[in-house]
Design a protein around this ligand. Structure first.
Ligand code: PLP
Length: 634
């Protein structure tokens, strides 16, 4: 776009990459508002600005999390559709059974929406602990669906699996360790009903990307080849070999390279065939999770992306298993996959309101000479006035030296607070100008690239990184971030984002980009009295449950938003976020405890300091009101 051309919504879509990573679920309307298209039909949209305005009118203000159950439906259709097409393409003779790993998002509304949409595809659940199994036991699933129990299993876990089996679920407990096989055999001796059995194998093949350690021979999970043989022998000896129906592997979440998947499926299918040839019929091959999400839209094997499509994934699983089984002359298995990220990532959006940028600090407010400044400040004035495209490097290096002198002289007591302030501002003025001039060079020197990233404005966003996007903090995971309005206006500022926790890690300074990782987000100048809303997208997988209460900022308000059959958007359910009383209670400060302590402190003030009872009551009422307030900025 030329400097004078008007910035359009197409420019915005391109700048933020919506069409690259949005999976067809996002569009921008003529007013420059970001809209969600749950059915990928651009004529049927949920306008995010209208939803936020409507919720705010009802008293539910950002930060808020919008969930789109219809996106869960679209994703399950994509996954099941891809496997159906692959099965047809390769004339595969067995069926595909998707299973949702509940740990990816245990939220009841999420799991129920998925199960409802996935009913016709016999979607089952995968659990990794007793509490998850207790939830899965009572959630309705179709008769053919399986319930996969992963994770370490003690007797308590196995007993919970027996209960679920008695209640009619097709439970398969997957043995992760040899002692679990022993426990299973012992338990089977005293039970008339037992869940079916699976074995997780430790493959040589490894995944790729951030979760690569989940696979490979040193992985924490699964049985080695020798342990597998022993387990099969033990089960045969106990007469339980018919119970062994599944072989499972998982080589890590967010697989970025398709060839890693193919290698794992080939190895897994080969092990399956060899076990089947030992006379154990099995029946299911569970290829685990790992189907990626293209967070940056680059379609590459970078950590935030994947170099394959969902269809390619399904094709490779079906084709590879079919090929190995044909070579080994064994009946092909029914295929299970435990895709969680792919199913849930798209369905939720966090909206934060952005406060004014952090003022001062790295800005250069106009400075005038008084004529009485110390020499070092005069030197900085000189640099600020004489810096040019020809000498900017030298000027910047001199400015660094003068800044050191400024602080040394201040420490020794020779510089006033006012002169220190003036010197600092002049230094940043030189820094800003140097960066501007450095752009004229063919290649911007690294020193100025680093400096530029420091000079970005910082926009304060009303949310907690630790609560809402913990993987950004813990793993540097990238999530797309886009303003939800003013997308027909050129964003003139490049900023990083800081949250409202008192933690320097509570910031976002890496952003998705097609070719690289951006260190600043293009944002608009905030206008006094007007909100500026940013959306954090693709946060539906893992973030909800991993989020924590740092600084006691709690779960945010949530709303489920759907499109009705006429294409009108509907706010279906609003769930209030946690208030101060809720987050305090999680750490032992029950409301009762706090009010009791408050009352005794007030009583003491009344008895000894002359506070009136009315004043004490007013303070108590105020404190109580505060306990009921949302933990985020008003
Ligand atoms: N299955 C198992 C055993 C896992 O450990 C995981 C997560 O790492 C998954 C499934 C889900 O993986 P994803 O969300 O990448 O599909």
């Amino acid at each position: 776009m030329s400097a004078t051309a008007r910035f359009t919504i197409d420019d915005a879509a391109d700048l933020y990459g919506l069409n690259r990573w949005g999976n067809g679920y996002l569009t921008i309307n003529a007013d420059g508002h970001l809209c969600v298209t749950p059915s990928r039909d651009p004529s049927k949209v949920v306008n995010l600005v209208q939803v936020v305005q409507e919720l705010s009118r009802r008293g539910t203000r950002p930060p808020l999390l919008l969930r789109f159950p219809q996106l869960l439906q679209s994703q399950i259709e994509d996954l099941a559709g891809a496997f159906a097409a692959a099965i047809k393409e390769y004339n595969y003779t067995r069926t595909y059974h998707p299973v949702f790993p509940i740990k990816v998002n245990q939220g009841r509304q999420v799991v129920e929406a998925l199960l409802q949409s996935g009913w016709k595809h016999s979607l089952g659940l995968e659990v990794g602990s007793v509490p998850e199994l207790l939830a899965a036991t009572v959630l309705p699933t179709p008769p053919e669906a399986v319930t996969i129990c992963n994770g370490y299993k003690d007797r308590n876990y196995l007993s919970a699996a027996v209960t679920a089996t008695r209640l009619g679920k097709n439970v398969i407990v997957v043995m992760e360790k040899p002692f679990e096989v022993k426990n299973y055999i012992e338990m089977a001796a005293g039970q008339d009903v037992m869940p079916m059995l699976g074995i997780r194998i430790r493959l040589q093949a490894r995944g790729s990307g951030m979760w690569e350690k989940s696979g490979g021979s040193a992985s924490k999970f699964g049985l080695s080849t020798a342990e597998l043989i022993q387990a099969v022998d033990d089960l045969v000896k106990a007469g339980l070999e018919k119970n062994l129906v599944l072989l499972h592997f998982h080589i890590g979440s967010q697989l970025t390279e398709i060839r890693k998947l193919k290698a794992a499926v080939r190895e897994g299918a080969r092990v399956y065939a060899k076990v089947a040839k030992k006379g154990v019929a099995l029946g299911y091959l569970d290829v685990g999770g790992g189907l990626g999400v293209d967070y940056d839209g680059s379609r590459t094997s970078s950590d935030a992306s994947m170099n394959y499509s969902v269809q390619e994934y399904a094709n490779d699983v079906i084709y590879t298993v079919s090929e190995v089984c044909e070579q080994e002359n064994v009946t092909p298995p029914r295929i299970i996959s435990e895709s969680g990220r792919m199913l849930t990532a798209y369905h939720s959006v966090l909206i934060t309101d952005t406060r004014a940028p952090i003022p001062g600090f790295l800005g250069a407010n106009g400075q005038t000479r008084s004529g009485r400044e110390p020499q070092v400040v005069r030197d900085l004035f000189y640099l600020s006035e004489n810096i040019s495209v020809k000498n900017y490097r030298e000027c910047y290096h001199d400015a660094l030296e003068y800044r050191d002198q400024l602080y040394n002289l201040f420490d020794l007591g020779y510089i006033s607070l006012e002169d220190r302030a003036k010197g600092e501002e002049l230094f940043w003025d030189v820094a800003h100008k140097s960066v501007r001039f450095s752009h004229t060079a063919k290649f911007q020197a690294e020193e100025f690239q680093e400096l530029e990233s420091k000079l970005h404005q910082k926009y304060i966003c009303n949310f907690s990184v630790f609560q809402s996007i913990p993987d950004h903090w813990a793993l540097d995971q990238l999530f797309p971030i886009v303003p939800i309005h003013r997308l027909n206006e050129s964003p003139t500022i490049r900023a990083s984002l800081v949250d409202i926790t008192c933690d320097s890690d509570g910031q976002v300074d890496k952003f998705v980009d097609l070719k690289d990782v951006k260190e600043a987000l293009d944002v608009h100048e905030t206008r006094p009295g007007e909100p500026y809303w940013l959306a954090f997208l693709l946060i539906g997988a893992y973030q909800d449950t991993m989020g924590d209460l740092h600084n006691l900022f709690g779960r945010v308000h949530e709303a489920d938003v759907v499109l009705d059959p006429r294409g009108q958007s509907l706010i279906r359910e609003v769930r209030p976020g946690q208030n101060a009383s809720d987050t305090l209670a999680e750490f032992g400060y029950s409301e009762e405890f706090l009010l009791e302590r408050l009352e005794s402190a007030l009583r003491e003030r009344v008895n000894t300091d002359g506070m009136t009872r009315e004043q004490a009551d007013a303070l108590a009422a105020d404190y109580k009101t505060r306990l009921g307030t949302y933990t985020y900025l008003d």
